[in-house]
Design a protein around this ligand. Structure first.
Ligand code: ATP
Length: 476
């Protein structure tokens, strides 16, 4: 029998599932074909569950998740209905397959005991050695026939059965076309965990207590589409991009406070990647060699965390051309280190993306902006009228705004005054404070006479917005 027990390392970081779930398109494929498509769609961050009872398989997976040595980002489920399998159709099919270091493994999620199996099916010629107890993992090799979660045994005859055959790389695209993978269950806990795993060396992330997604960003639809294309999809569907050189260095440039950092954070949650944020100034150390070492550490961490998004703000502060001209600065050890790290990163397969941001693209050493380094340049401009409208909507969705306020007029006013995304957010906050002032609610809070009925009075009027806009314009 070509199925062998394994001793997997239990200490490898495991992430709980599921973020994705696959639905099977159409009913044209029989169960054996679907099984093959599921295998072909597997990558080293996904698990393929074959079950007749999804709830129970989820519980079992949760129970044994620590044993599964890969970060499970996607779950592909093949639901087996009664009568779909030959021979064993009254048994609960309940197992999962995952790929680890080029090998395929099966974990039994069975809730059916061996004893009961022998009693219920006395005529079957079971080989006990081939029965996988619940929660145990075995390596699969070519030709193994899997009938149910608790049994792996050779069988003769029958059209519809699960025969394990090593998936061919070239078929994975084809397999994906049979799978309609939808993001149905945002696993918020997972995102929170990812973001809260930032260590103390990482710049404080004010918004880290919630996962920022692309929906929190207004007016940057084209930028978001570009980032989905170059980062999110390649992380979420690695098998599609296996033979492609990815752009792992991306430069976001544009005026301050228009959403560059926000994009970095959203990218990480959209791709379920680890997010780390640095200001390039943090790399600089007066000790000889220390700055270069800091850069090496950041890149090392990015690869170790992969899939990961490393956001480096103010890249211009360390990678400036000497005189602000287009002269390359090859003699600078910091620039050289960055160049070296970027070319190493490009060669390695880890989905580790470095997103650098700057308000002064012109100041950056051109050697760093070449293809293969920070070779993809994306402008994050000042929002246009429609963009301001979207940002306004995002930031005001939880505010009580008086019905007679013309949002269009407010938004136009902001646009005429060249508001940034941050200005729009600030104007809404300020308008809210203006309401508290206007209604004397600050005093009430101070002398503890503020009551629930006062909450209902907090309605932002046109005058509150105008006052807020004027203050920001004056400060600009
Ligand atoms: P800097 O160049 O100064 O680092 P930045 O471009 O990285 O700025 P962010 O830090 O992303 O700007 O934006 C600051 C804040 O402004 C955000 O936290 C958010 O509240 C708001 N904001 C800016 N742009 C947008 C946007 N396009 N959509 C929604 N909110 C935005």
């Amino acid at each position: 029998m070509n199925i062998s027990p394994i001793g997997l390392n239990n200490n490898i970081k495991t992430v709980k599932f599921p973020v994705f779930k696959a639905f099977w398109k159409g009913s044209q494929s029989n169960i054996s074909q679907k099984f093959q498509y599921g295998l072909e769609a597997l990558d080293n961050q996904s698990i393929f569950v074959v079950t007749s009872n999804e709830e129970s398989s989820n519980m079992m997976l949760e129970l044994y998740s620590e044993k599964i040595p890969i970060p499970v980002m996607k779950k592909i489920t093949l639901l087996v209905k009664k009568g779909e399998l030959d021979n064993c159709d009254e048994l609960a099919a309940n197992f999962a397959i995952f790929k680890f270091k080029n090998d395929y493994y099966i974990i039994s999620l069975a809730d059916y005991s061996l004893k009961k199996l022998l009693v219920d099916r006395p005529k079957e010629n079971f080989n006990k050695d081939n029965i996988i107890p619940q929660g145990e993992i075995r390596r699969l090799s070519e030709g193994v026939i899997i009938h149910t979660g608790e049994m792996v045994y050779p069988s003769s005859g029958g059209k519809h059965k699960f025969v394990f055959s090593i998936p061919s790389k070239s078929n994975s695209l084809n397999a994906l076309s049979y799978l309609d993978v939808k993001n149905i269950d945002r696993f918020d806990e997972f995102n929170k965990r990812t973001i809260s795993s930032l260590n103390s060396s990482v710049k404080k992330n004010n918004e880290s207590d919630r996962g920022i997604t692309f929906e929190d960003i207004g007016g940057l639809d084209d930028v978001i589409e570009t980032l989905k294309k170059y980062v999110v999809r390649p992380i979420n569907y690695p098998q599609v991009y296996e033979n492609i050189r990815l752009n792992k260095g991306i430069l976001l440039y544009g005026p301050p406070r228009c959403g560059k950092t926000l994009l970095g954070k959203a990218l990480a949650s959209e791709a379920n990647a680890v997010y780390r944020e640095y200001n390039a100034n943090e790399f600089v150390s007066p000790e000889v060699g220390s700055s270069e070492n800091n850069i090496r550490e950041v890149f090392k961490q990015a690869v170790a965390d992969a899939p990961s998004i490393t956001f480096i703000d103010e890249l211009d502060s360390v990678a400036k051309t000497r005189d602000g001209s287009a002269n390359a600065r090859f003699d600078d050890p910091l620039v050289n280190q960055l160049l070296g790290c970027m070319s190493d990163l490009e060669k390695c397969a880890a989905p580790a993306f470095i997103i650098a941001a700057t308000n002064m693209k012109k100041l950056i050493d051109p050697a760093l902006l070449a293809t293969g380094r920070f070779g993809l340049h994306i402008e994050v401009p000042l929002p246009n009228l429609e963009g301001i409208k979207q940002i306004f909507k995002i930031h005001s969705k939880k505010q009580n705004i008086s019905k007679d306020v013309s949002i269009d007029a407010i938004v136009r006013n902001m646009h005429e005054n060249r508001f940034t995304g941050s200005d729009v957010a600030e104007a809404i906050t300020d308008a809210f404070f203006n309401v508290l002032d206007r209604l004397g609610l600050n005093k009430k809070m101070d002398n503890k006479t503020f009551g629930y009925s006062d909450m209902a009075k907090i309605v932002i009027t046109k005058a509150d917005f105008i006052k807020a806009i004027q203050r920001i314009v004056k400060q600009k």
